[in-house]
Design a protein around this ligand. Structure first.
Ligand code: ADP
Ligand code: MG
Length: 288
């Protein structure tokens, strides 16, 4: 039974690359569907398409080869002529959604991205930043959760993600310059709120993802400690919560993203964070 109030939409954002956005988005989405039994929509808003590749694996190559519709068509609003149809045709959202992926299982759907989903292209066609929010409003009210994986730069996609989101989750790596993007994120959220007064959007919290080369064994180096102190200070200034459960460094994470869940070591501790995250949002399956 879907939630009476519709899905909870969360964007995973940091204006920095390589902090674990895609890993966290994918594993949270997987946890929600496989462990909590929720209906999940995962949206890939990054032209790098790492989230799509993680979920679809070999299916992603097929998807590219078949010129299947993707997030790009959500913005253009139609299906272009292809080798199979000689005219533009109506967009059917169900043709875009990929179900039953190897990583996601039966309750998770993916809206995949494509490499030509470039920001300059979207800006030049004057993409409407509300399109994704509209698509979710009109087609995905039966989901429990929507998780959106974002590109690492502030762009039109950031606004697309904001328009579709109630919450923002911010992964950080405890390293030098970890908080460099925080003021930018804070300003961009404030600017968004002031031009969209009816829209309530909050930072759900910061999650410290220890995928740092300074990390060794169970103890971090001094750089890591300094950085965690700085993250704490800046989070407090912005009124952002920091999740108690950090995500440890583990080679199990890239393995999981390749679909290998055997001998994943400390990466199994991800479930502590995932559990804290969903409990905090009070997302439960209604009727259970
Ligand atoms: N906690 C972690 N431990 C080890 N490796 C990690 C961890 N988190 C992320 N990684 C690895 O770091 C790289 C960047 O992660 P990714 O999720 O793609 O970041 P982003 O989406 O922010 O660019 C990937 O190779 C990923 O497997
Ligand atoms: Mg990514």
């Amino acid at each position: 039974m879907p939630r009476a109030s519709g899905p909870v939409c969360i964007s995973v954002i940091n204006m920095k690359g390589g902090v674990g956005k895609t890993t966290i988005a994918a594993l949270l989405a997987r946890y929600a569907s496989r462990t909590l039994g929720l209906n999940v929509l995962a949206v890939d808003l990054d032209p790098q398409a790492n989230l799509s590749q993680a979920f679809m694996r070999d299916g992603y190559k097929r998807f590219l080869r078949d010129q299947a519709p993707s997030i790009v068509e959500i913005f253009s609003g139609h299906q272009p002529p292809t080798s199979k149809s000689a005219a533009p045709s109506t967009l059917d959202i169900s043709d875009i959604v990929v179900s039953n992926t190897p990583l996601g299982g039966p309750r998770l759907r993916v809206i995949p991205s494509r490499f030509d989903f470039a920001d300059n292209l979207m800006s030049s066609i004057g993409a409407n930043p509300r399109v994704l929010a509209n698509v979710i409003a009109n087609n995905f009210q039966d989901m429990d959760i929507v998780i959106i994986d974002c590109a690492p730069t502030e762009s039109i996609f950031t606004r697309v993600a904001y328009h579709a989101s109630r919450y923002v989750l911010v992964p950080v790596r405890p390293e030098f310059f970890a908080t460099i993007g925080f003021p930018l994120l804070n300003d961009s959220l404030d600017a968004f709120r002031s031009s969209n007064r009816g829209h309530v959007i909050d930072v759900a919290g910061i999650v410290i993802n220890n995928s740092s080369y300074h990390y060794s064994g169970n103890r971090g180096g001094p750089e890591r400690e300094r950085s965690i102190g700085e993250i704490g200070k800046q989070a407090k200034e912005n009124g952002w919560f920091i999740f108690e459960n950090q995500i440890p460094f583990s080679r199990g994470f890239p393995k999981m993203m390749r679909g290998d869940f055997k001998h994943t070591g400390d990466a199994d501790l991800f479930s502590h964070f995932a559990s804290e995250f969903f409990q905090g949002l009070e997302i439960q399956k209604e009727g259970d």
